[in-house]
Design a protein around this ligand. Structure first.
Ligand code: GRF
Length: 216
């Protein structure tokens, strides 16, 4: 009769793992914060199984390589139609048995096939307090410029569910930072990004913990 050693028990109790795919297009500092959280046990039941980039050669891919995470480039420019790009993305996500999709600086709108298949299980982080300062064209420095131009005294970041409109789905969590007099967009970006790196891994961990009850 074979008895499991006691030390195995906590790992068995933590099953099933919630498999995450992180979609990127750039430097990947949010990806890094998610991978670091996983390494230090702060991502709970969530596990990053795949990184997909819409651009070759971005540093986010190097971060994934350094940590041994499977990675793939799916560049919309190599597809004849957005529908075929969407289908390839969907195939890659399904092949990795993805449960949750996390956008982290992914500069492409997801198509209807992916959104329908993963409805309610796609998260994004946006560098402002939604519903303000979101929507088409609101990314990177444009967001912080808009916040400063609107004379906001508070900004921050938002994690929200993704639907078929830019930065539109239900907000799940937010963190605030002050907008200081004389802030440049870069000053504000640094302050907000620092909060993103705390908020996103924590929100993913909480979200996946709740989802785990739904998954078999
Ligand atoms: C972050 O500011 C995030 O809020 C936005 O895109 C940026 C990605 O930065 N969606 P990084 O590639 O994670 O450094």
């Amino acid at each position: 009769m074979y008895a499991l050693p006691k030390v195995v028990a906590p790992f068995v109790a933590r099953q099933p793992t919630v498999k995450i795919a992180v979609l990127v297009s750039g430097s990947g500092t949010n990806l890094e914060s998610i991978l670091e959280a996983e390494k230090s046990g702060r991502l709970g039941e969530a596990k990053v199984v795949l990184v997909i980039s819409s651009k070759a050669g971005v540093f986010a891919l190097e971060r994934a390589r350094q940590r041994g995470i499977p990675r793939q480039v799916i560049d919309p420019k190599s597809f004849p139609t957005m529908r075929s790009f969407d289908q390839d993305l969907l195939n890659a996500l399904q092949a990795a048995q993805t449960d949750v999709v996390c956008l982290a600086g992914f500069l492409r709108k997801l198509g209807p096939d992916v959104i329908r298949r993963f409805e309610g299980r796609i998260l994004n982080i946006h560098p402002a307090l939604l519903p303000k300062h979101g929507g088409a064209g609101m990314y990177g420095h444009f967001v912080h410029e808009a916040v400063i131009a609107a004379k906001e005294t508070v900004s921050g970041c938002s994690v929200h569910l993704v639907d078929d409109e830019f930065d539109h789905g239900a907000v799940i969590s937010q963190a605030q930072v002050p907008v200081l007099p004389h802030d440049s967009p870069q000053d504000l970006a640094v302050r907000v990004l620092e909060q993103e790196h705390i908020l996103y891994p924590k929100t993913i961990a909480d979200f996946c913990h709740k989802l785990k009850g739904v998954l078999k």
